[in-house]
Design a protein around this ligand. Structure first.
Ligand code: BG6
Ligand code: MG
Length: 225
């Protein structure tokens, strides 16, 4: 069995490093209630990994939204969301993440965050994790957000690695689509939405050896990577 050569790890933020999906939900829900727009937890699942603007489009179920109204709604949601972010502490790191980062750093791997969120730096600061990463890609870095591969390619370029040398950890369907489209190794975290990844792990309590083993098996199955 050939083990892929891995030089870098790329982490999505929301749902992989910390669980902010609930805060996104509560903030969108408050905005939607104020506007009398029906919005459920189930609807919120479809917003995982997609940009703020695309989230609003999905909440409106594709109906046209006047641009200045859309801007006001997104700004209000973001104010509600940031109020929740102010409550985050290092205790909100998802179990296993810090250990995996330490192990990867000790092996000399490059480390990046690639998040669609424009709040990514604020979240990493609240978690006291900024210094773990060589590169931080957020919602300001590229025009085309996930499922486009652009953000992953942006961070890979800054780490001087090829996509095929980097492993992406993602909890969202759009994120796995983006990783596969870019030619990265894709590890799905948690939900049933990520079963098209090269390997799926239930949570971030994982070692590099387990990742290498899972990817080697995927390579044997000849899944494009
Ligand atoms: C992603 C979340 O990380 O960031 C999405 O999974 C969110 O739910 C997106 O819509 C954009 O976040 P923000 O903080 O820029 O509104
Ligand atoms: Mg995510």
């Amino acid at each position: 069995m050939t083990t892929p050569v891995i030089r870098a790890l790329i982490f999505d933020l929301d749902g992989v490093i910390t669980d902010t999906a609930e805060y996104h939900y509560l903030a969108w829900k408050r905005m939607a209630d104020e506007e009398n727009i029906p919005f459920t937890r189930e609807d919120n699942e479809a917003l995982r990994g997609v940009s703020r603007r695309e989230s609003l489009n999905r909440i409106f179920k594709g109906a046209p939204i006047e641009e200045s109204y859309a801007e006001r709604l997104m700004q209000r949601k973001n104010e509600y969301y940031q109020a929740y972010l102010n409550t985050i502490t290092p205790a909100d790191r998802l179990p296993g993440v810090a250990e995996l980062l330490e192990e990867a750093r000790n092996e000399g791997l490059r480390l990046a965050v690639a998040s669609a969120s424009r709040n990514a730096r604020m979240v990493l600061e609240r978690l006291e994790m900024t210094e773990y990463f060589d590169v931080i890609g957020d919602g300001y870095c590229v025009v085309n957000t996930k499922p486009a591969p652009d953000l992953f390619i942006w961070v890979a370029g800054r780490m001087n690695v090829y996509p095929g040398e980097a492993v992406v950890f993602e909890d969202a369907e759009a994120g796995i689509d983006a990783a596969l489209a870019g030619g990265f190794w894709a590890v799905g975290v948690g939900s049933s939405a990520v079963t098209h990844a090269h390997m799926v792990i239930p949570n971030m309590r994982v070692t590099l050896a387990q990742i290498r083993e899972g990817l080697a098996q995927a390579a044997e199955r000849k899944i494009p990577g």
